[in-house]
Structure formats: C-alpha cells, structure tokens
Design a protein. Structure first.
Lengths: 253, 317
C-alpha cells in the first residue's frame, strides 16, 4: 500500500454559517508538488489552513472530514506538533519585523530545540537561507532587521523560516502573487530543489497556470468549495475534462 | 509675506476651520508658555539664594524670624519622586502586561467588555479614593508585609530599615503602581490588538504554542510596552493627593522602602498652604514644580523619540 504524504478525505469546512469546503478529497505522494488552482474565494487557502490547523484559530470554523499526514490524523494531535512538521508560506511576506534576519530563521529551531549548539544553529540558518536562494544576498547583513529587504527577499526569508524547521510538508499559499517575476522565478527554483534534494512534499496554491505547469506534478482544480478535476498536471492543464477548468486555464474565470 | 506663512485654503470652509481652530491651539500654547514662565520666575528667588544646591541638598528649614536663615533643598523629594515612580513602574509592568494579555488573548470576546470597563473604572476613580483606601487598607497591610520583609531580608538595602508604620516609600510606590496600571495597560492593549494577523499567523505557522506565540507578540510590541511604562512613570511622579496620604511625609533619602518619605508633588501639596509665611519656601516649591515639569517633558520626549524610531524601523513588513 502506498503511503501518502498528505491525504485529504471528504473535507468539509464551515466558517460561521457558510459551507466553505464541501467535500474536498485529494492525495499527495511524497516528494511531489501538488498545485491547487481555482478562482479566488474558492476555498484554496482554507484547504491549506485545514491541513496545518490554522483554522483552529478561528472560533467560527467547523471542520469535518479527515486530513492525514503520513498516515497520522492531524486532528488527533496537538496543532503545534502538526505545524512544526508542516511549514507554511503565506501570500503576504511576513517575516517578524523586530528581530534580525538571522533570528527570523533561527526562531523556529530554537522554539523546538532542534539544535544543540550555536554552531549547529548557524549551519541550519545558512542551510535554510541557501535553500530559499537568499543566502548570497543577506550573508553580510544577517543581523540587520528584515525591514529593508525587498518584498521578494522578504518572501524568501519567510520561506527560509519555514524550511529551518526541516518540515516534511510545505504549504505555499500563492507565494509569488505579490512579487516581481525575478523573485518569483527564484522562489520556483527554490521549491523545485527543495522537493528534489530534500524530499519535502509541497502543496502550492497558485493562480498562475504556467507556474503550475512549470513546477507541479499534480494539479487539483477547485471551484466553489469543491474539487472539479484532478490528476497529473499535464493531463489536467493540457487536456482538461471539465469546461470550468478549461475556462480557468484560458484565464476566463 | 504673511501669505506665505499661512496654509493654502481650498475653500472658505477650510478657512473657517483654520480660523476657528488656530486660536484654540494658540491658547494651549500660551497656557504652556505661561506655566513655564511662572515656574521659572517663581523659582528665581530660591535659585538666587541657594544656587543649584536647592536641587541637591536635603534640608528643609523654614525660619520664622530671619529669612536669610531659611534653607531649602529638594533632594529628598526629588529622590522620593523618582524612587516611588520606579517602584510604581515595577508594580504596574506585570499588572498591566498581564491584564492586557488576559483581555486580548485569554478571555472570550463577551467578557472583554466587562474587563475593559473595570479597567476604565479603575482609571476614572478619583485619586483621593485611592488615597483613603491606601490609608485605611494598604498602609496597615504594607506595615505587616514590610515588617516581615525586614525581618527576613534586612541584608537587602531595600528592606534595611525597620518599618515603624505603614506610611512608607514602598506603600506609596505600590499605590502609585496600582493607580498607573490601567493607563499602561491601555497603551499595551492597544498595541497588542493592532498586531497584524499575518504576523500572528507567522508565529503559529512555525509551530509555536499559544504561550510561545504570546511571547513572540509581546516582544514585537516592546516599544509600546516601554511607552506604556513611561506613561505610568509620568503619572506616578505627577500624582499628588494619594501619595501624600500614604508616604509619611518626611525628608528621608534611604534605599530602604520601609521608611517614610516625600515626593515633590506631595511636598508641594503639604507645604504650599503655609509657604506664604516664609520668604523663600514658596519659591523652593516652585523650583520643585519646575523639576517635575522638566522630568515629565524629558520622559515624554524620550518616549516619543523612541516610538518614532521604532515605527520607522518596523514600518510595513
Ligand atoms: N475568516 C473568515 N470568516 C468568514 N469567511 C471567510 C474567512 N476567511 C475566508 N472566508 C471566506 O471563505 C471563502 C474561501 O476563502 P479562501 O479559502 O481564502 O479562498 P481562496 O484562497 O480560494 O481565495 C471565501 O468566500 C471567503 O470569503
Ligand atoms: Mg487564498
């Protein structure tokens, strides 16, 4: 039996009275990139937040269904344990503005006690920044506040912060939506190498069909809280079976 | 020429608005100016007589017969103001921070209103009420507590002197801390509630527990916490009635919080009525007022400067 990195099974989410996710099901094999696409307001972010249990922060949210990571039901363990193994990068770059670039990356490992010495921490921070393709740009100002970084650099710092926990799964919520093309390409490169070299499983919410085609192995197309179509990216993107998917790919939705 | 100094008006409404409000601003400025002037003018006689010694010496000797024999030094009062102010900050810091966090993080939204109303009530309670509460309840309680502390910890300078009554520097500091708490808490809460969601989520997303998230967010608003505490300090050194009821009113300069003391405010309050009988006492009290004014100004200016610098550094991440 194949064990999946992520299994989402008949997931329903209500926010207050609204039935936001209406039975979402998909699976992500280990070491793959799954892209989630669909018009905005469809519930893509909500899917990610159900996986790492950020939805718990919203007292209005009700969740039904099952989310498993490596066979473990995420709703059967403490949320912070889930989040420690499932990293997340948001649409809006969100490094902590009051601590240095170095500390932004080091904070997670320190919280979870995953390094034993300053030297190990230094190495981990360097590794994470390299993986996020940011090391060369910040290595001479690690102890500066991140406030002077460009938006794209901040986003890569957010990525490095997530990577520093050595997560097995990474959730990316439109990470390049607010970012210039050069930085976007760097982030795409980073994602590819993370999957290839570190074996991390990625779920990427994106609004750009081209980006999905470039870096994802599987594609889940959602519309109004439901999965309309899913499969290997090439099949779904190039030969969509649903008219909705086709229209979205053409940029009409 | 004058044209250039005046702002440009888009409409008559603008002009009317300006004309209506500029006098108000002017009045405020004039009042401030007159306060400074009065403080300085009235301080002159004692400064002439004592020089800067009036701020440094600890002595308070009026003389009924010979004005030239009068000697005044504000050191004990200035010391008491700063000391009680610092104690107040130390007391208010955990109270204000904890209450802000409890309100913002822990209690359900419905109870929020209740707690903040209580806080507002605390802030709105007339200071004389704190004063009589302090006399009737806090001072006797503090007497017992300080006796205990002195008994066990007299090797610490803070408790080195035996407390003879509950009317002490420590009592005043604690009362001031309680009184200043709602103000500091309001500043801290405001800052805490304005932390953007994306930073809060960033903290959760790296697997922080609730408690760790709070720690991260508190460190994020550290400058506002400092500002809140500076406000508490400023309020504490300005507070008068309540302090003069519990501080014991005597000219001590001691590291021990178990002895009675004075603050500049309580000194002015308790001495001003009969100061007119003497040649220089009134002037000495004005000099004290000048010190208070300047300290308040400096604390405020430092706070504003620090917040500005911080805001600029943090701006938009
Ligand atoms: N905190 C919230 N409370 C109520 N409704 C929300 C909240 N967050 C999102 N929604 C609603 O849930 C739906 C799905 O949102 P989201 O998952 O962010 O969509 P997407 O990421 O696909 O754009 C949207 O219609 C949105 O208005
Ligand atoms: Mg979204």
């Amino acid at each position: 039996m194949v064990e999946y990195a992520v299994e989402v099974n008949d997931l329903h989410v209500w926010l207050g009275e609204r039935h936001i996710l209406q039975g979402v099901t998909f699976r992500c094999p280990e070491r793959t990139v799954t892209a989630i696409m669909g018009p905005s307001g469809t519930g893509k972010s909500t899917v990610l937040r159900a996986i790492n249990r950020l939805l718990d922060l919203n007292p209005e949210a009700k969740v039904r269904g099952r989310v498993k990571i490596f066979g473990v039901d995420v709703y059967s363990v403490e949320p912070y344990v889930v989040r420690r193994h499932v990293g997340m990068v948001f649409q809006e770059p969100n490094p902590f503005p009051h601590i240095s670039i170095y500390d932004n990356v080091a904070l997670g490992p320190k919280l979870h006690g995953i390094v034993r010495s300053k030297k190990e921490l230094d190495e981990l921070v360097k590794w994470a920044l390299e993986k996020a393709m940011l090391w060369d740009e910040v290595k001479n100002r690690l102890y500066d506040l991140p406030t002077k970084l460009s938006g794209g650099q901040k986003q890569r710092l957010s990525l490095a912060r997530a990577l520093a926990l050595k997560p097995r799964i990474l959730l990316l919520d439109e990470p390049t939506a607010n970012i210039d093309p050069v930085n976007a390409m760097k982030i795409e490169e980073a994602i590819k190498s993370i999957v290839r070299e570190e074996g991390i499983t990625v779920i990427l919410v994106t609004h750009m069909p081209a980006q999905a085609v470039r870096i994802s192995d599987f594609l889940v197309f959602m519309y109004k809280g439901k999965v309309v179509e899913q499969g290997p990216t090439r099949d779904v993107a190039l030969h969509p079976r649903s008219e909705l998917t086709e229209r979205f790919m053409r940029g009409e939705l | 020429m004058l044209r250039r100094l005046l702002p440009e008006f888009r409409s008559n409404d603008d002009r009317r608005f300006f004309l209506l409000h500029s006098p108000t601003t002017l009045i405020v400025l004039l009042i401030l100016l007159s306060i400074i002037t009065v403080l300085m003018l009235y301080s002159v006689p004692v400064l002439r007589k004592e020089g800067l010694g009036v701020f440094i010496k600890n002595i308070w000797r009026p003389s009924d017969y010979d004005p030239e024999a009068e000697v005044y030094g504000l050191a004990a009062a200035i010391y008491g103001s700063v000391y009680t102010g610092l104690i107040a900050v130390i007391v208010a810091a955990p109270l204000a921070l904890a209450s802000a966090i409890v309100v913002e993080e822990l209690i359900p939204r419905r109870a929020k209103g209740l707690v903040s109303t209580l806080m507002d009530l605390m802030a709105a309670t007339p200071t004389i009420i704190y004063g009589i509460w302090g006399m009737a309840y806090l001072a006797p309680l503090m007497h017992r507590v300080l006796l205990l502390l002195h008994h066990h910890l007299s090797w610490l300078p803070f408790f080195s002197e035996p407390p003879t009554t509950g009317y002490t520097i420590g009592t005043a500091g604690i009362l001031l801390g309680i009184m200043a708490t709602p103000y500091a808490a309001a500043v801290i809460r405001e800052a805490y509630s304005m932390i953007p969601t994306h930073l809060r989520e960033a903290a959760y997303a790296i697997g922080a527990t609730r408690f760790e998230v709070v720690r991260i967010l508190v460190s994020l608003i550290k400058p506002s916490i400092l500002a809140g505490l500076a406000l508490a300090f400023a309020r504490a050194i300005g507070e008068t009635v309540a302090v003069s009821l519990v501080i014991g009113n005597s000219f001590n300069i001691s590291p021990s919080i178990t002895v009675p003391g004075y603050t500049v405010s309580s000194l002015i309050a308790s001495q001003f009525a009969n100061a007119g009988l003497y040649m220089y006492m009134e002037s000495a009290l004005f000099a004290g007022g000048l010190v208070l004014f300047i300290v308040g100004l400096v604390v405020n200016a430092l706070t504003i400067w620090y917040m500005k610098r911080w805001e600029e550094a943090i701006k938009r991440v």
